[in-house]
Ligand binder design. Sequence first.
Ligand SMILES: C[S@@+](CC[C@H](N)C(=O)[O-])C[C@H]1O[C@@H](n2cnc3c(N)ncnc32)[C@H](O)[C@@H]1O
Length: 234
Amino acid sequence: MYSTDFAYVHDAGFGDFAKRTAPELIRLLRAHGIKDGRIVEIGTGSGILARRLIDAGYDVIGIDRSRDMIRLARAKAPDATFRIGSLTRAKIPRCDAAIAIGEVVSYVSASPRPFFTRVHDALEPGGLFIFDFMESAKGRTYAGKSFGGRDWELIVRAEVDAAGRTLTRRMTLLRNVGGKYRRSRETHRVTIRSRHEVKAALEAAGFSVAMSRAYGRYRLLRGDVAVVARKTIE
Ligand SMILES: C[S@@+](CC[C@H](N)C(=O)[O-])C[C@H]1O[C@@H](n2cnc3c(N)ncnc32)[C@H](O)[C@@H]1O
């Protein structure tokens, strides 16, 4: 998932989300008294947010399971530290905040509870865990949609299963490399979870939880929910 050309296109064509949420997230961190310190970004992608967090004065450790995303992130944010790893297993270093934006948690079908517990264990008291997840596929399915950039074209089919539990995106990508179009295909599966389910798992891990449809002034895509979870100060 997110092999070379898909990582390239995520960065070149779908980076706006991270660019536009970054100032809202930095405002949120500061409003909660996290003005410096270490942020662990899980599903860091091509490093767009990591770069902005570094520029805002934070130390950043980025984790992503895609080697090609991590390669782009290292080039974009050389002052951050990046590791290849899955949120299901990677060690989460001690941190003041953990962030996972762009439906990262929804990419894992297994219960998120063990991950939430590991994030909770890694956070300093009062630390924040900020992420978004998909709660509904309504308005997010289509028979075929194309997106294009200067040197690429992406065709996506998105469908939901009968149980309304998994959104599957089947993608074909053409990228012009050295005058020739190179084709690659990927299928991404996103697990749909109710707010109730996610909130219960976070609370069981020890967080106090706030959910909304936006990061600050940036409204999420239909069906997505933003979470600000706080490790309470004992
Ligand atoms: C939609 S992209 C979002 C990237 C970035 N956060 C952004 O907003 O631009 C989802 C990212 O999650 C990563 N990802 C998916 N499953 C993961 C897992 N199990 N562990 C770590 N990263 C994962 C993907 O490789 C990809 O970089």
